[in-house]
Design a protein around this ligand. Structure first.
Ligand code: SF4
Length: 406
């Protein structure tokens, strides 16, 4: 292990007002986690972490720690922050199989969860522990959603998600894979079969288009499609990545690992939207960055690129300075919106102008008894944000099914 977790734990000052906790979107009790580790109460620490965040192992790996817990750690003011993510990962990973979740007696009520991504798994775990009989409907053959099909293996090994699949089984949660609600089976069918409430956590899988000539060519992929299964793409040697968020970094770094020699990221701002660490690793991998530049046309073996500048918040292209850059393959990564068939065919589910599901403050959609959270509501966000929002929605679904929701 590169970081010795006890050395890091010993650097924690056990602050009375822990800034690390404030910086964590899900308010993990970091000083208490470290305190328990130092007292060799590792299982207790793991139980506490799982109860607060069922996806603790995953968040310890994929969160943007330098902007969250570690970015707020008081030790970081004059030196290096405590390596909180390594500590959390050690505890959660080493204890995961032994974690015992306190289960309420079965209450005889069925819940349907559509989508086995971060939001769906969180809802399923919480409601199963409260006595509900949960069935997850998942369009892919395995659970994980964007964590399995959108985050590359070198960042998040799929074995972690396989361990979660076993944990769901242990909790009595049924998973129905390769099955989409919104096709031959509708949400109404679930209610007719006695489900008391339904949760929609189908994510954001429809790539946003650039709307430039050449976008339909065979040498083009959207990042979300490319990351789903990079082995099936023939990239060639020169790859252009349009967009500079975390998914763009994942796509660029994956392309390098799949044989591309010359990978260039086009970023329309001076600073990429991706977290600084992801950008740093992309640079270490050999990815080149073109700042304040975009691509205006894709050709069979090249792209047309031009500089941009910003006026009153609007991007202006300087097309008189366009140049043609040789390129074998283009990956477009400028965000995603929900695309699941369910949200487009189930007309009682109202969509916002952005294509996300409309919900009230309890997470209830415009269809009575149907709740939603995660990317299908917020647009593409982080795993920890999906878990944080879903915890509250699980409480509200619980109240709804007990007839206690106002
Ligand atoms: Fe420990 Fe840093 Fe959190 Fe203070 S801010 S409690 S030093 S981890």
């Amino acid at each position: 292990m590169a970081v010795h977790v006890m050395d890091e734990a010993n650097r924690c000052l056990q602050c009375k007002k822990p800034r690390c906790r404030e910086g964590c979107p899900i308010h993990t009790d970091i000083p208490e986690m470290i305190n328990k580790l130092k007292k060799a109460q590792v299982m207790d620490a793991a139980q506490m972490l799982f109860a607060n965040n069922p996806l603790s192992i995953i968040c310890s790996v994929v969160c943007n720690h330098e902007n969250q817990c570690e970015g707020h750690c008081v030790q970081g003011i004059k030196g290096a922050p405590v390596h909180i993510s390594a500590i959390e990962n050690y505890i959660s990973d080493s204890c995961f199989e032994r974690i015992r979740i306190q289960m309420a007696p079965p209450n005889g009520k069925k819940v349907g969860v559509i989508g086995a991504g971060p939001a769906g798994i969180t809802i399923a775990v919480i409601l199963a522990s409260r006595g509900y009989k949960v069935t997850i409907f998942e369009g892919h053959d395995k659970i994980g959603g964007v964590m399995r099909y959108g985050i590359p293996e070198f960042r998040l090994p799929k074995t972690v998600l396989d361990r979660y699949a076993k944990k769901l089984q242990e909790l009595g949660i049924l998973v129905r894979p390769n099955f989409n609600i919104g096709g031959s089976t509708t949400i109404h069918d679930l209610f007719n079969d006695g489900y008391k409430s339904v949760f929609v956590g189908t994510g954001a899988w429809r790539p946003r288009r650039l709307m430039i000539p050449g976008e339909t060519f065979g040498n083009v992929a959207y990042a979300i499609n490319y990351l789903n299964n990079p082995d099936v793409y023939h990239l060639g040697e020169r790859v252009s990545v349009i967009g500079a968020g975390n998914a763009a970094m994942d796509a660029a770094r994956t392309a390098i690992r799949h044989g591309a020699r010359d990978v260039t990221v086009y970023c329309v701002t001076e600073k990429p939207a991706a977290s600084p660490k992801e950008v740093e690793y992309a640079m270490l991998d050999g990815v080149q960055f073109e700042y304040l530049k975009t691509v205006t046309q894709i050709k069979d073996n090249s792209v047309i690129s031009c500089p941009v500048h910003w006026e009153d918040g609007a991007m202006v292209k300087d097309e008189s300075q366009s140049e043609e850059i040789p390129c074998d393959f283009v990956i477009i990564s400028i965000s995603q919106i929900p695309k699941d068939r369910l949200v487009t065919v189930e007309h009682e589910l109202k969509l916002s102008d952005k294509g996300t599901l409309v919900t009230n403050e309890h997470g209830e959609t415009t269809m009575p008894g149907v709740f939603a959270s995660g990317d299908v509501v917020t647009g593409a966000k982080t795993v920890v944000e999906a878990v944080h929002l879903s915890k509250k929605i699980a409480d509200d679904m619980d109240k709804y099914m007990q007839g206690l929701l106002d």
